[in-house]
Design a protein around this ligand. Structure first.
Ligand code: HEC
Length: 283
């Protein structure tokens, strides 16, 4: 890794606006860091990231090693964190992942491949509107292949790193032991995937709507709900929600739909006619 501290002023100029990173430590203590100050104290290094998640090609970024950043922020690696993004996405980064000797995180601050005058090269068409600044978490590994690395969290537009008690976070989302097996299986899918964007009973991200309040979850019959979740872009072509049927066909959508309806029933006595028509396409 090459030290590129001398580049920092150039990169800062490119970033264009003052930005900060907030942290909540495992003790509950809060702090805020100017990212410019992090650049200065950590120094920017260049790092090759093979088969980058967002660019879908091999990249070289300028930024800092995740471990060095966590240390500088006073965040121990032996704790679980949420990496909270500008758009409300919440990526769960576990102590296990942070201390895993086979993968290394690198927090990209700028793109070494960008044309002069731009901090980041343009993203591929599907992600063209995305803004990676101020910080984008990337991963590399000598042991794991690209497919395994893609399953790790790659949050961008990072604004806050918040320690969480992982057990307590999902405890309220857990269905009772007596719930049908499909519901319990759906919970596992929900906890892995949907919680990054959706809130349910006060836990989870805010990029998507609160699913405890969703009329679709409450009133659609199960096959309709499964269809909408699996083929979301059929109804909301511009959505940031993945189109699971094509993007993750192995994901158990029927189970997660059962789980959501079970939780909605358990949450409140709302009664309504079941609808079977899919939602109308948004303008
Ligand atoms: C990357 C973020 C993201 C992920 C991951 C995600 N969603 Fe969504 N979801 C959204 C957004 C955003 C919307 C709102 C529609 C829109 O504006 O695009 C939405 C809408 C929905 C709705 C419709 C709610 C309503 O009543 O309008 C349902 C149901 C839903 N999601 C279920 C799920 C399930 C189940 C999962 C996990 C398998 C999931 N979502 C994963 C972002 C996400």
């Amino acid at each position: 890794m090459t030290r590129l501290a001398w580049l920092a002023p150039a990169i800062l100029g490119l970033a264009g606006h003052a930005s900060e990173l907030s942290v909540v430590r495992p003790t509950g203590e809060r702090a805020t860091f100017a990212i410019a100050a992090l650049d200065e104290s950590l120094g920017l290094s260049a790092q090759a990231v093979p088969s980058d998640f967002m660019y879908e090609v091999d990249k070289t970024f300028l930024g800092y090693d995740l471990g060095a950043l966590m240390e500088r922020l006073g965040l121990p690696l032996q704790a679980d964190y949420l990496f909270v993004c500008d758009d409300g996405y919440e990526a769960f980064v576990s102590a296990e992942l942070l201390t895993d000797g086979h993968v290394r995180g690198f927090v990209a601050r700028a793109d070494a491949d960008a044309a002069p005058g731009g901090a980041w090269a343009p993203l591929p068409p599907g992600n063209a509107a995305v803004n990676l600044a101020p910080l984008y978490l990337t991963w590399r590994s000598a042991a794991l292949g690209a497919d395994a690395l893609r399953k790790l969290p790659w949050p961008y537009g990072l604004r806050e790193i918040r320690a969480v008690n992982a057990g307590a976070r999902v405890a309220r989302l857990m269905p009772p032991a007596a719930a049908p097996p499909a519901v319990r299986e759906g919970f596992a899918v929900y906890r892995e995937e949907c919680i990054k964007c959706h809130r349910l009973l006060e836990a989870g991200g805010t990029l998507g709507p609160d699913l405890a309040l969703s009329a679709m979850v409450k009133f659609f019959d199960l096959p309709t709900l499964v269809e909408v979740i699996a083929n979301f872009h059929r109804y909301y072509p511009e959505s940031k929600m993945p189109n699971y049927a094509s993007e993750q066909p192995e994901l158990n959508v029927p189970a997660v739909a059962r789980y959501l309806q079970f939780m909605a029933m358990a949450a409140g006595p709302t009664r309504g006619a079941t609808r079977s028509a899919p939602p109308t396409v948004q303008p």
